[in-house]
Design a binder for this molecule. Sequence first.
Ligand code: G16
Ligand code: MG
Length: 213
Amino acid sequence: TLKGVIFDLDGVIADTAVVHHAAWKKLASEAGIPFDDSVGERLKGVDRRGSLDILLEKSARTYSEAEKEALATRKNTYYREQIERFGPQNLLPGARKAIESVRHAGMKTALASASRNASLLLERLGIADLFDYVVDANHIGRAKPDPEIFLAAARGLGLAPSECLGVEDAAAGIASIHSAGMKAVGIGHAQALAGADVLLPNVAAFDISLFKT
Ligand code: G16
Ligand code: MG
């Protein structure tokens, strides 16, 4: 039976997917690297360095390690400039209610985010106290689509993976949830989410009563 729900952060709870997208797009444009929405979609849920590697697939030249480091840092600067101004108004509509519905049903909640800015965001959004356990990129070795982050979240909740449900807006995240042995709820419309067990248009449509057995 279901005892816990593990939420992704960017694009599920926080309205940051567009901010990540804009920061990568700006970097790509400055570096003269082609960037379109299909590249943008592939970057979702992928950690910073993995995202840069995807971006550079389209580059006409190669970059040294030091140059790559500098590009990733520059993107993060653009991103941080925006989220420093974030507050509860940047929660996606219905996000708080969705997390609270899980808690009110007597189940546990965890966060599994690939972002190294996750704790800053949780504070800014005012939702740090809604999670029983938080795992972000600072705690794990292998990024999504590897199952490590969702497995670590289940372990932190003291639950078996089969007792958990994962909620994600990105293909890499859905793959991570499935490899961890959990059912996956996809949030959004992207073609890339076709593998999700349940697809909802947005987090406002998430209510734990839909999943309780
Ligand atoms: C998020 C975003 C990704 C981003 C990654 C790393 O993951 O979806 O687009 O590249 O974090 O973020 P940062 O550069 O802040 O460490 P998630 O798992 O919360 O969706
Ligand atoms: Mg996400």
